[in-house]
Design a protein around this ligand. Sequence first.
Ligand code: ZN
Length: 405
Amino acid sequence: MVLRYPVECLTCHALYTLRISVGHRDYQEHRINCKECGEEIRVCLKVDFDKITAEPVCVLNCAPSRPGGLVVNLYPEHPIGQDEIHMDSLIPGLMATQKLYQKLTEQGEAILKKPSRSRDILIADPSAAWKLIRKSWQLLQKGKVELANESIEELRVRSEAIAKCKANVPEVLNCFFQSFLGKKIELMRNAGHVIQYCQRHHPSKYFKFLDCFYNQLWPSHQDGFIDAANEYFAVFSELNQVLRCCQLDLPLDPDAAVTSSAFHTTKMLYGNLFEILTQQFVVLACLNNVASGRKFDEFKQLTLQKYLKLDKANRANPFLINPQLASFAEGLNSQLRNASHHRAMEITEGGIVQYRSGGSGALQELSYAEYLFSCNQIFLTLCALMYLQLLLSYQFASLKKPPPQ
Ligand SMILES: [Zn+2]
């Protein structure tokens, strides 16, 4: 469904006819920059799926107006073609879905044949699910198990998948990651083969790794992930525009454009996610040591202390030789990290993100859609690593004592 919503920029009185497509979330936000004065215009759509109503609301720098302004299509869950942004009589959602379907059928995917549970909160609105999950997880971290379990009740009501599983936080986290990761779950599965190998061939060394992981890394890694997820979901309306492509492991079309553009809210996201992901790479590096027959803290050429002093960009190097772990580092862009981390990036009127290598080197460009795609890629990779660490923590809790020598 597409709603036609004429608005006026309150700064310069330019008129726009917004054509807002209805997505799956109860609340969807869109931000555009006024073509005349450059100021941000923000609108939202409040959707009631029970009463089947959708109400557009002016949030910032705009007011409902007479019809007749420049058409701007706003679509919350898919990119559209660059030349389709101002096209009238277009159903962007339909076109995007058709393109997606075509790509999936080309790859022989059966995913679209599965029955849809689109109103399950895990699928319809992972950011709303995250708010509830975060609360339960933090209660569990504080040892308040009963309160944590009570607080997942709302999730059980709103998610078929969670209602079917046991009523405890670890099960809810499993459901969340399995649903959110999409095809990126392969990262975790591949690393799972390395764990099985280590258990079978180096049980004593593996247990020492597990003990160190659980007692020295796990508490701070959970905090790091929760911070990262809070930052990611705070700007989910922006990221959701290309999330599905990442979850399905489909490349963006070269002319893909997103219709909401609030770069100032996402500028530092890539850099911050890069920091947290590479900090947690120590788990994969130590696991690789055990898989190579060494002690978990004994690298080919380094000690663990020296490893921890490496630049974040080099933290993946020790496990790149292991094909079952190397994909965690695939596509990481340390130049983009530097520019994002230091806020040394600009966006043009045409939606091109620009930065310079090393701060003053060659000009690098990518579209805002590609930038959001990179942010989603790195966050999904972090989710896969966190899911792996959750399984390690369950395993440690169930083993408790080292295996016989
Ligand atoms: Zn204006």
